[in-house]
Write a protein that binds this ligand. Structure first.
Ligand code: RM4
Ligand code: MN
Ligand code: MN
Length: 397
């Protein structure tokens, strides 16, 4: 008897609809980030890797490799101007040829020196106009690429009490975003990402889910909150935030990564797999946009991204096994640990054989990380692309 037969048999005995779980798992879509394939670093150094992609076309090639291995990563989120090309049609065609589509478009309002005091919140109207113009340009870029979301993160904030007026900044933020929202075609959503601190140290303009949600409510129903798992103060109950936003129909999506201390951007599921599982339990079968936002500085990019997608598949698979009927019954009966045990039972299930089967059925690898490690992807990338250290990474582009 194979591991899969053993697992499927046990699950069926427990009343799990294994076929339905496999169908749901097979439909999982994860967007990987173009910026997760190029060189990156800490604030102390950028680590260049031999064979890294030199252009957005090559970054898509790497994303396609992750999709081939995992079967769940058919979309790629782009960052502009880092991914700027002369011919967007050519970029879209390249994605098509690889079996990929373009995910969320991420504008960049945090590297231009003009944004020293903020972008959409800047005290000077001319700088705000410049920021809004970039955002509207990204709306057009998305339209041409067939993307359905603008994913916005602002570095805007202040470092010292008294540096600027907090309410005036909020008013400027809302007024600027209203201009963007008005220019948004019906098929696009506006996702607002919050973050408590960094680079602003005293007051970040979109510091938490409440700040983001209330701005979204002022904009309109296609404005939704994006939850980056690394953007909470220690101890925050992220799955509860997810429940609240989903209940308000304002959960726009995720930036998946994992943290131990700050916004660490480690591989999702590497430090807190229980939290990741609980988030998928909260989501149920209604999944919003799921994007990876990580910084792989010393690990090999394609391998790290592959492991990230596998970790998401396993967390989702476990969540699909939760006995919802038993959970509701325990909750209704006031059985404090009964519901907890239902969750533990699903979480402790070794779902790897089930994930392997679903991947194999989709033409992906049974064990994606092992397949990557035993293949010659890295060697071929080095042969084709060289290891020229002069290629700029994501800081420098
Ligand atoms: C931020 C945030 C954004 C990402 C930038 C580079 O901390 O997570 O999503 O675009 O980093
Ligand atoms: Mn993020
Ligand atoms: Mn971040």
């Amino acid at each position: 008897m194979t591991d899969y037969d053993h697992l499927a048999g046990r699950l069926r005995d427990r009343g799990v609809d294994v076929d339905a779980a496999e169908r749901a798992l097979g439909a999982l879509v994860v967007e990987t980030p173009s910026w997760g394939y190029g060189d990156s670093g800490t604030r102390f150094a950028v680590f260049t890797q031999p064979g890294r992609p030199r252009t957005v076309f090559e970054r898509l090639d790497d994303a396609a490799a992750v999709h081939r291995l995992t079967g769940s990563a058919p979309a790629v989120a782009l960052h502009f101007p880092w991914d700027r090309v002369d011919d967007l049609g050519e970029l879209r065609a390249h994605a098509d040829s690889l079996g990929l589509r373009i995910g969320a478009v991420n504008p960049n309002l945090f590297q231009d020196p003009d944004y020293r005091l903020g972008s959409v919140t800047h005290p000077d109207a001319a700088v705000r106009d410049k920021a809004v113009a970039h955002l509207l340009q990204c709306v057009e870029v998305a339209r041409e690429l067939g993307s359905t979301a603008q994913s916005l993160w602002f570095a805007d904030g202040t470092n010292y009490a008294g540096q600027d007026d907090l309410r005036a900044r909020r008013a400027r933020l809302i007024a600027s975003l209203q201009r963007v929202y008005e220019g948004l075609p019906a098929e696009q959503e506006l996702l607002l990402e919050y973050k408590p601190y960094e680079p602003a140290i005293y007051a970040t303009d979109l510091c938490d889910w409440g700040a983001a949600l209330t701005v979204c409510q002022r904009l309109g129903e296609r404005a939704k909150v994006l939850v980056d798992l690394g953007h909470h103060l220690p101890g925050a109950n992220v799955e509860q935030i997810v429940a609240l936003l989903a209940d308000e129909r304002r959960l726009g999506g995720f930036h998946f990564n994992n943290r131990k201390y700050g916004d660490d951007d480690l591989i999702v599921g590497s430090t807190n797999p229980w939290e990741l599982f609980l988030i998928f339990v909260e989501l149920g079968s209604e999944l919003p946009r799921l994007t990876i936002d990580q910084s792989h500085n010393i690990e090999r990019k394609v391998e790290a991204m592959t492991l990230s997608v596998v970790n998401l598949q396993e967390a989702y698979a476990k969540a699909l096994l939760v006995d919802r009927v038993a959970l509701a019954a325990a909750q209704a009966a006031g059985d404090v640990l009964g519901g907890h045990e239902v969750l533990l039972d699903a979480y402790r299930t070794d779902v790897r054989p089930l994930c392997a089967k679903v991947r194999a059925e989709r033409g992906a690898a049974e064990d994606p990380v092992a397949a990557f490690r035993s293949g010659d992807w890295q060697e071929r990338a080095i042969a084709q692309r060289g290891d020229d250290v002069a290629v700029a990474g994501w800081w420098g582009r």
